[in-house]
Design a protein around this ligand. Structure first.
Ligand code: NDP
Ligand code: MG
Length: 380
């Protein structure tokens, strides 16, 4: 029996993780759950999974949760450090990090430092501080949940690290793949929130529409698999059947495929190195008919170029890019900026930041805070 904590259990990845855990009750026990503000859904999850610990980041709502579970053994944590506190509990074996944004970084580091397994959906942790997180992690201590990185991780079993020529990360292209570039400045949040193949949280759905998600994933791949910018290619594959590929030095290309369903990479991260049956829809290739591929258009989606810039520069560029993007996405959702201004603002902030080549955690967090301030000024 393995004890799991799910950070961000009320989100899209969090709920899928609980569905996986529900079907593997003989293997996994949920010992901790967390959310930011959706306390009622969190309370329902507590009633079903009966964890020992629960963390609600929003201090203003915690009294409601306490009243609901009065007299119960449940330990309720809150405040800025509650995510770290919950992962530090001695009985925890695996932490699924499914929170969105920079808040995931300190908990990711705490998980690794404690020698616990990190099933990582929160790509922002690696984008911000991949050099710190990876230097602390042992081999296979971080298991990727992001579908592309799970696909690469699985494909890598066919060869040795030194035999890798490149990885090919697939992208659905998002809702505006075939949309006229000159009409992009006018698109509204409701249009950008309609992803063609995946059901996800708001932030990553907007990131998928700008291709910033792919930019973050390139950076994530660099750190997870030790790759250079030249070893990472992106290809648009609108059907989202091939989740990514690895090309080896002998020309063999190994792909991982399946219908798009996040329960597959989540479960693999939890059961690795084994597999367990999963009630998914099976792949019907004749039914799908054809798998298509094309080059991404970096002029139409300049965020992708910023991802490569961050891979090449390293240092504080990733943290700056991530923070500026979080702010820009929120500003777009609030109707403050246009869709196409997201990448414009992020680029401006990156190119004005005080670059540090090998930042410590405090310097990473300072770069994040600076970028948020800078974005606030841009938005005024
Ligand atoms: P959601 O927005 O659906 O869920 C986010 C979760 O994080 C919720 O539980 C939310 O709580 C919690 N949360 C939000 N803000 C804070 C905060 N400040 N402090 C603590 N907790 C917070 O996101 P997704 O599930 O879509 O994505 C989660 C992560 O996984 C992201 O990093 C994303 O990039 C990555 N990912 C997601 C995929 C997907 O298919 N959805 C695929 C691959 C990666 P509350 O409900 O209370 O707001
Ligand atoms: Mg992904």
């Amino acid at each position: 029996m393995k004890n799991i904590v799910v950070l961000g259990s009320t989100g899209s990845i969090g709920k899928n993780t609980l569905e996986v855990a529900r079907n593997l009750k003989d293997k996994f026990q949920i010992v901790g759950l967390s959310s930011n503000s959706r306390w009622e859904l969190l309370a329902e999850q507590v009633e079903e999974f009966k964890p020992r610990y629960v963390a609600l980041t929003d201090c203003g709502l915690v009294e409601k949760l306490k009243r609901r579970f009065q007299g119960n053994q449940l330990k309720i944590l809150t405040g800025n450090n509650c995510l770290q506190e919950i992962v530090l509990k001695p009985e925890v074996d695996i932490v699924v990090s499914a929170v969105v944004g920079a808040v995931g970084l300190p908990a990711a580091i705490a998980t690794i430092e404690q020698g616990k397994t990190l099933a990582l959906a929160n790509k922002e942790s690696l984008v911000m501080a991949g050099h710190l997180v990876m230097s602390l992690a042992k081999k296979n201590q971080i298991l990727p949940v992001d579908s592309e990185h799970s696909a690469i991780f699985q494909s890598l079993h066919s060869g040795k690290p030194r035999e890798i020529k490149r990885v090919i990360i697939t992208a659905s292209g998002g809702p505006f793949c075939d949309y006229p570039a000159d009409k992009l400045p006018e698109v509204k949040p409701a249009q950008a929130l309609k992803h063609p193949t995946w059901q996800m949280g708001q932030k990553i759905t907007i990131d998928s529409a700008t291709l910033m998600n792919k930019a973050l994933e390139i950076i994530e791949a660099k750190w997870l698999f030790g790759l250079t910018a030249e070893q990472i290619d992106v290809v648009i594959h609108p059907q989202s059947i091939i989740h990514s590929m690895v090309e080896f030095c002998d020309g063999s290309v190994i792909a991982q495929m399946g219908l798009p369903d996040m329960k597959v990479p989540i479960q693999y991260a939890l059961t690795y190195p084994e597999r367990s049956p999963l009630g998914v829809r099976w792949l019907d290739l004749p039914g799908i008919g054809s798998l298509t591929f094309k080059k991404p258009d970096v002029d139409k989606f300049p965020a992708l170029r910023l991802g490569y810039q961050a891979v090449r520069e390293g240092g504080t560029t990733g943290a700056t890019l991530n923070a500026a993007n979080e702010m820009a996405v929120q500003a777009f959702l609030n109707g403050q900026i246009r869709f196409t201004e997201i990448a414009v603002y992020v680029e401006k902030v990156i190119n004005h930041h005080h670059f540090i080549k090998n930042p410590c955690l405090e310097e990473v967090l300072a770069a994040d805070a600076w970028a948020r301030q800078e974005m606030k000024k841009c938005l005024m």
